[in-house]
Design a protein around this ligand. Structure first.
Ligand code: SAM
Length: 329
């Protein structure tokens, strides 16, 4: 696994394909649609507001870089925990513009078959146009319809991913889809949500539901007990990503980067042998010591590493929010 494979930035091929789709369209119109779709999300709506080709492109330009970055951060954590994981078949549930498939295609040279499912015709059309431009996705099927129904007929997969999907479902539908996704998971299931208290709550509920069904937590948690964080605190992480010119134009933004907050869980069928601690916030580096909020096998801990403990201090200087930390359990 090289750094390139877990880069948070869209691959050049995908960026070029998105830019090409934007040619000849009014950037103003696309920005207006992106703003309207974002407002729908902020008001608690779903991607059903995405109806036309322009809507789908506006959504992809505005949000795909951030969801790509979040998925890449989760896959990086997965691969740190299991460097030898080499899935052959992927199932991307609620695939939308194909974001998670693009990341997984980059991260796992072993993947040969990509199964995508989604109910939104405009996003599916865009995804196929983007993906078909790449030889990486020769073994690709994108089924249109309701995920729960499509999963009934789907083949099992080594890696099943639901990226920014379950927040679009009611509770009963979410529980039933969770069960269906696990039933199709041969090895590993990864679920990602926005890093809000509500997104975290959905991740925690799914985690509890699947632990009760025999799943094991690979990352980010160092244990399988209930989450020790208490409201108003919640478990979430952050990934910085570069904004391209088109991305900035569509979002009406000046700053050349953004930080995507996300919550996630990766569950496996096999028990997990090693459970390192996890850094839950950016560590504070002071003159005398570094202090870091950790989730450990024993619960929450505030690790303090004194400067006089030279080697430990030098190691702790590299700790970043979201990192796994060995020897702190
Ligand atoms: C926020 S988008 C995320 C898309 C993509 N996974 C990503 O990370 O960029 C949510 C996607 O879930 C799809 N979706 C929502 N409910 C669905 C359902 N019941 N069946 C299939 N797809 C669904 C939507 O059509 C949309 O494409």
């Amino acid at each position: 696994m090289t750094e390139k494979m877990v880069s948070p930035d869209l691959p050049a091929e995908l960026k070029a394909a998105l830019d090409a789709k934007l040619e000849g369209l009014s950037r103003h119109d696309v920005a207006v649609r992106a703003a309207a779709i974002s407002k729908t999300y902020r008001d608690g709506g779903t991607s059903s507001a995405i109806r036309s080709d322009t809507d789908a492109l506006a959504y992809a330009l505005a949000r795909m870089p951030a969801t790509y970055a979040a998925v890449s951060a989760c896959l990086k954590a997965l691969l740190q925990a299991r460097p030898d994981f080499a899935p052959e078949r992927l199932l991307d549930v609620g695939a939308g513009p194909g974001t998670a498939s693009w990341v997984a295609g980059e991260a796992f040279p072993s993947l040969q078959s990509f199964g995508l499912l989604d109910a939104n015709p405009a996003l599916r059309t865009l995804a196929l146009e983007l993906l078909h431009g790449s030889t990486r996705f020769a073994g690709l099927h994108y089924d249109a319809g309701d995920a729960r129904a499509l999963l009934e007929k789907a083949e099992t997969a080594d890696l099943v991913v639901a990226s920014y999907l379950i927040g679009e479902l009611g509770e009963a539908e979410r529980n039933s889809l969770t069960e269906a996704m696990w039933a199709k998971t041969r090895d590993t299931l990864m679920v990602i949500e926005p890093g809000t208290p509500a997104g975290y709550a959905r991740i925690i509920a799914l985690r509890a539901q699947l632990i009760a069904s025999g799943a094991h937590v690979l990352v980010p948690c160092p244990h399988e007990r209930p989450c020790p964080l208490v409201s108003p605190d919640w478990c979430h992480f952050s990934q910085r990503l570069a904004r391209s010119r088109a991305h900035k134009q569509v979002k009406g933004a000046e700053v050349p980067f953004e930080d995507e907050r996300f919550s996630y869980v990766v569950l496996t069928r096999e028990p997990v042998a090693d459970h390192p601690s996890r850094v839950l916030a950016q560590p504070a580096v002071g003159k005398a010591e570094i202090s870091a909020k950790l989730c450990t096998q024993g619960g929450l801990a505030l690790a303090k590493v004194a400067r006089r403990d030279r080697q430990a201090y030098a190691e702790a200087r590299h700790w970043r929010w979201g990192d796994a930390v060995v020897g702190k359990s």
